[in-house]
Design a protein around this ligand. Structure first.
Ligand code: MN
Length: 232
């Protein structure tokens, strides 16, 4: 038995996500997100949908909220938006990964929501400040059970949707991504050294909007899975 690590304060617990078909969990190292990766969402946010280089931001591993938990409405915002996204879970990484080898890094796929304090993000954008207050808050990243590639294959097309209180408000397809999944991994690995446990949220289609306490959300990615929760 190895000696337990001596720490001066209690060791923080790692973020862990459930995996379909096994009791073993997926440990999360970093959470990357892609901005404006569907043209119709870029347009609704007032941006040029042409293919500019992708840009990235991060959430924190402990912002993840596992399936089965409700989303607590966060403080200091009156405009929290849902964004349904296809989520990648990496089993390997590296720097400067070629796009044609990028899918080899993917352990599995999941459905996630990139909850955003849009009012705080808007103020940050206007002031040229970082986005963390708008994006990386507690419970801001609900994620479904991970579906391993060995069970579902790779996700490149298929419906991505979100229902708010039973009404379809986001209705896109993975094939509408401006930067495809292998390209996202390749571009991200130019900026950061990717590693096992990294999670990537790949952007949202059009139709984002505000939630209120009491709302119920159901969302999914065809061939990957579904996620449902209430706003409490
Ligand atoms: Mn997003």
């Amino acid at each position: 038995m190895p000696e337990p690590i001596a720490t001066v304060i209690p060791l923080p617990q790692p973020a862990l996500l459930p995996v379909d078909g096994t009791a073993a969990l997926f440990p999360v190292r970093r959470v990357y997100c892609v901005g404006r990766n569907y043209a119709d969402h870029a347009i609704e946010m007032g941006h040029d949908p042409n293919r500019e280089p992708p840009f990235f931001f991060q959430k924190n591993p402990d912002n993840l909220l596992s399936q089965g938990n409700d989303f607590p409405y966060p403080p200091l915002s009156a405009d929290v938006h849902y964004e349904v996204e296809c989520v990648l879970a990496l089993k390997s990484g590296g720097a400067n990964i070629p796009a044609e080898k990028a899918l080899d890094c993917v352990y599995g796929y999941a459905v996630g929501i990139d909850f955003t304090r849009r009012d705080l993000q808007g103020e940050a954008k206007k002031a040229g400040r970082p986005w963390e207050v708008g994006k990386a808050f507690e419970y801001s990243a609900p994620v479904s059970v991970i579906a391993p590639v060995e069970r579902i294959g790779h996700a490149s097309s298929g419906a991505i949707w979100l229902d708010l209180n039973g009404k379809r408000v986001q209705d896109g397809n993975l094939d509408q991504m401006i930067w495809k999944i292998p390209e996202i991994i390749a571009e991200l690995s130019k900026l950061f050294v990717l590693a096992p446990g990294d999670v990537i949220m790949t952007g949202t289609p059009a139709g984002v909007g505000a939630v209120r306490k009491g709302d119920s959300i159901a969302c999914g990615v065809e061939g990957v899975g579904t996620l449902s929760l209430s706003v409490v």
